[in-house]
Design a protein around this ligand. Structure first.
Ligand SMILES: NC(=O)c1ccc[n+]([C@@H]2O[C@H](COP(=O)([O-])OP(=O)(O)OC[C@H]3O[C@@H](n4cnc5c(N)ncnc54)[C@H](O)[C@@H]3O)[C@@H](O)[C@H]2O)c1
Length: 236
């Protein structure tokens, strides 16, 4: 418990998890709430949001597919109707699909671009005018070390789109800094969320070795009532 985000209004996208236990968005939501934020927790999956709500009863939940522009515009309107402002946006939705350019279908490539990159673009597009009117705000975009280097297996669309998230953030950060809006990217390495455990890259010898070191953060998936990990980084 703390007050680092006392009364800040924070939209967190992907605030559930693809399975029981912790995901990045769920942990961020719970930590933000613990720090006093008014969290507007967004996911396309009502059941996933319910588990987050059970852990942080003060949050407001909202169903939205963040790859659709009109849905994201309506998400921002709903947050404004509920709280009157948006201080923080965490663009957390994303995930990987296996394969290089030959194995991957064009449909999967397009879906990955929407999932990982267009979702971030749309969040920025619809929240920035609100923050500009307010005179400030903070946007946190979740990338991945796969956007910087080889991640242990071919996941070409994930790598390319997460690299895109990093550069999109740089451009928007410089553009909006004079308006008091900060844009940062978090670049996580391997996290033992349900989604990562389902991905083929998690089963490679390289990632198996990482799991056995202290450099891998194991999220407490079996301790559903435990607080979010204390190392979780804060956005504002
Ligand atoms: N887990 C890792 O090892 C790891 C490493 C680096 C980066 N990341 C990044 O962290 C973020 C979250 O990862 P996670 O492992 O917690 O994922 P997760 O799949 O467990 O959680 C993502 C949540 O997003 C929701 N979601 C999916 N598509 C959506 C959409 N179109 N609209 C709204 N909600 C949607 C899902 O329902 C789920 O609740 C992703 O951007 C991922 O790329 C994860």
């Amino acid at each position: 418990m703390g007050s680092r985000l006392k009364d800040k209004v924070a939209i967190v996208t992907g605030a559930g998890s693809v399975g029981p236990g912790w995901g990045n968005g769920r942990a961020t939501t719970v930590r933000f709430a613990e720090e006093g934020a008014k969290v507007f927790a967004v996911d396309r999956d009502a059941q996933a949001l319910k588990e987050t709500l059970d852990k942080a009863p003060s949050i407001t939940t909202h169903i939205c597919d963040v790859t659709r522009s009109e849905a994201v515009a309506s998400m921002v309107r709903a947050c404004l109707e509920r709280f009157g402002r948006v201080d923080v946006l965490v663009n957390n939705v994303g995930g990987s699909a296996a394969g290089g350019p030959v194995e991957m279908s064009e449909a999967v490539w397009d879906a990955q671009v929407d999932f990982n990159l267009k979702s971030v673009f749309l969040g920025c597009k619809h929240v920035l005018p609100v923050m500009e009117r307010q005179g400030g705000g903070a946007i946190v975009n979740i990338a991945s070390t796969s956007g910087l280097r080889w991640g242990g297996s071919a996941q070409v669309a994930y790598a390319a789109t997460k690299a895109g998230v990093i550069q999109l953030s740089r451009v928007v950060a410089v553009q909006y800094a004079p308006k008091g809006i900060r844009v940062n990217t978090v670049v996580p390495g391997q996290l033992h969320t349900r989604a990562a455990r389902g991905a083929s890259r998690w089963a490679t010898p390289a990632t198996g070795a990482i799991r056995r070191t202290r450099y891998c953060f194991l999220l407490p998936t079996k301790r559903a009532s435990s607080p979010a990990p204390s190392w979780w980084s804060m956005a504002a």
